[in-house]
Design a protein around this ligand. Sequence first.
Ligand code: BEZ
Length: 211
Amino acid sequence: MALRLGDIAPNFAAQTSVGPIDFYEYLGNSWGVLFSHPADYTPVCTTELGRTAALKEAFEKRNVKVLALSVDSLEKHAGWIGDINETQHTLVDFPIIADEDRSISHAYDMIHPNASETFTVRSLFIIGPDKKVKLMITYPASTGRNFNEVLRVIDSLQLTAKFSVATPADWKEGEDVIVVPAVSTAEAIQRFPKGVTVVKPYLRYTPQPNK
Ligand code: BEZ
């Protein structure tokens, strides 16, 4: 059965561009981003992996480890990484999994037969330190993902894991957040000393509590 939000992300052993890894050991207590791409030596994927490498510090700052995956071989990964570094002016040093037997792709439901019987689609999973799936997105091969959005979601997930808040549409780090419905307005005033703005009884804003 396909993974759902809140499920435990399956552990796996993998051959990767940086050597063999055990997924859980690699993550340790960090957050994780595991994302698949259809194939090595393809243009959109080249830009996605370059962008991920360029955002290394942004991921590290958020205590996030990234792993890419395709069903191509380690040899293909090695040659392609050279191309990515050359064309995207980056240094790809995060693991790219060679899932040649497709065992990880199947465990994470990354192969969508109506898109392709053999190649992974652009799946992306954000996994919390508790190893639970916090977010899943799926893009078709023709559309590269927005990695600023991935960082934005990580900011929201990390904030809402700590405080009884939710983040509104298009929210960005530093902007006001929403008090969750489970917290009464009286309680919210106690919990959020920076102030609570009541627009409707169910729509209450407060400044981002950890800023
Ligand atoms: C790409 O990464 O450019 C790509 C891969 C598979 C199909 C279409 C585009």
